[in-house]
Structure formats: C-alpha cells, structure tokens
Design a protein around this ligand. Structure first.
Ligand SMILES: [Zn+2]
Length: 267
C-alpha cells in the first residue's frame, strides 16, 4: 500500500478470511496497531470468522456463537488484561491452565490484550505454551508495539499490522480511487467505485478535496516509491481536480464533472 489515507483494513480482513477458509489457521497471531484502534474488536471479528459455524472465514453476526463472542461470554474464549501497568506472570499461568482444558466447542482461544506490557517472566512463561500449543488452541496477542516482545515470542507468531481507520469516508473513497487509477484500473471501474460521489454535487466536492489531499501526500512521499508514479503526472491530476471543482461551481452535473476527472486520471 502506498497511500496513507483511505485504509480500512479490508485487505487484512480478506487475508484472514482466506486463512480460515483454506484451513491454514496458525496457533498464534500478533495484531499490532496504534492505541486509538479497537484491537479487541478486531480480534473478535477474526475469532468469529474462525468459530462461526454458519459462515467460515466471515461471520454471520447473528448465531449464538457470534453473539457470545460479541458479549464476551463464550466459554472457550479468555481475555487477559493488564494488572496495573503490566501483564503479570500470574495471568499467563492462568492462561497456561485454561488452554489445557478441553474446549466446549471447536477450540480454545486466548486473547492477550496489551501483550507488549507482559513482564519478562510472563513472556518466558508464555513461550513455553507457544512452543507446544495444545490441540487447536488459538492464541492472539494484541499489541501497540511488538518490539517490546522478545524475539523468541515474535518468531513463533504470525504478525499482522492493523492500520488506523480513515478519518472520513470520503478520504477512504479518495484513497481507493487513486490507488485504483495508479494500479492501472479502467475508467468504468473507477466510475462504479465512485458511486454516489459521482452523482451528488456536495459529495463530489468533498471527494475532490480528499483526492487533492491524497495526491499532495503522495508528492511528499515521492522519494519512497518513484517507480509507482511520476510527480509531474500527479501535479497534472491536481490541476485536473481544480478544473473539476470549477466546473461543479459552474453548475455542471456532478456525474459529468467526476467522469471527466476519472477519465483523466486513468489516462
Ligand atoms: Zn455466526
């Protein structure tokens, strides 16, 4: 991904869905993400995908299992949280006991919230379980900064990064459209993706602002990935956006103004 805006973790979710559907679930995962992301909610989504009997990989969100997961009262799932400033050895000892108990359903799931606050002793204790995870047990470590975890723990977990949610939906849409254009998607695909943004004048205006911001961010990052796009092209697109804005102000239909712009940025 080259864009900073417009990330909704949909790719990560798709990847996890595929892992479940193809029955390639590992014993241990680390989900790392910034503090303002509800990582527990993200983990619950993944666990529902693993345990929901109705819809493998995804989740129906309605069955008794999904409902139990949502209400944190599923018998096989345990959450471990900080005691004071850290996760202590005692918590991990409890985990090591619980994980050995035969699950009511398919498998035991242990979620360690703020796992990067585990004391050294707790980490060493967890390592023993990671080395020999019982049965189909699933261990999920949520973390803000996985560098605080020992190398031996890191090496035994599959690691994923959860990105910050986009601030607004038009930022999300702008990021998506621009990435599609840069990756060679066709004009009609972009028009389809733009949806309401290419039909409603107020929405189109907001989208134009977001697109301009996204392009300007790209220019600032140009040194990072020059092969993907050319700065002079991006500058031209920014001019095209300004033109579309002028046309909208002159009461041209949103559909026409947006289509004209999308045609330009798809070259
Ligand atoms: Zn379900």
């Amino acid at each position: 991904m080259i864009l900073n805006t417009g990330r909704d973790n949909s790719r990560l979710k798709e990847r996890l869905e595929r892992i479940v559907k193809e029955n390639r679930i590992s014993h241990a995962y680390i989900f790392e993400g910034p503090s303002d992301i509800d990582k527990e909610a993200f983990a619950r989504g993944f666990i529902k995908g693993v345990l929901c009997p109705k819809s493998l990989g995804e989740n129906c969100g309605e069955c008794s299992i999904c409902s139990k997961i949502d209400h944190d009262n599923h018998e096989d799932i345990s959450y471990f949280r900080k005691d004071g400033l850290s996760i202590k050895d005692a918590a991990i000892e409890t985990l090591r006991e619980k994980i050995k108990i035969r699950p009511v359903g398919e498998r035991n799931v242990m979620v360690i919230c703020d796992s990067d606050t585990m004391t050294k002793k707790a980490q060493n204790s967890l390592l023993k379980t990671l080395e020999e995870p019982p049965g189909d047990a699933l261990i999920i470590l949520l973390s803000e900064n996985m560098e605080n975890l020992t190398q031996t723990i890191l090496s035994r977990c599959v690691k994923f990064r959860i990105d910050a949610q986009p601030e607004t939906t038009e930022d999300e849409q702008a990021g998506k459209l621009i990435e599609m254009a840069l990756s060679g998607k066709r004009f009609h695909e972009l028009v389809h993706e733009a949806g309401d943004y290419a039909r409603d004048r107020a929405k189109a205006m907001m989208l134009l602002d977001s697109m301009e911001r996204t392009y300007r961010n790209l220019l600032l990052e140009e040194h990072k990935d020059l092969r993907t796009y050319k700065p002079e092209e991006i500058c031209r697109y920014i001019e095209d956006i300004e033109e579309a804005r002028v046309r909208l102000k002159m009461k041209m239909s949103a559909e026409y103004a947006m289509k004209e712009l999308l045609l330009k940025i798809t070259g």
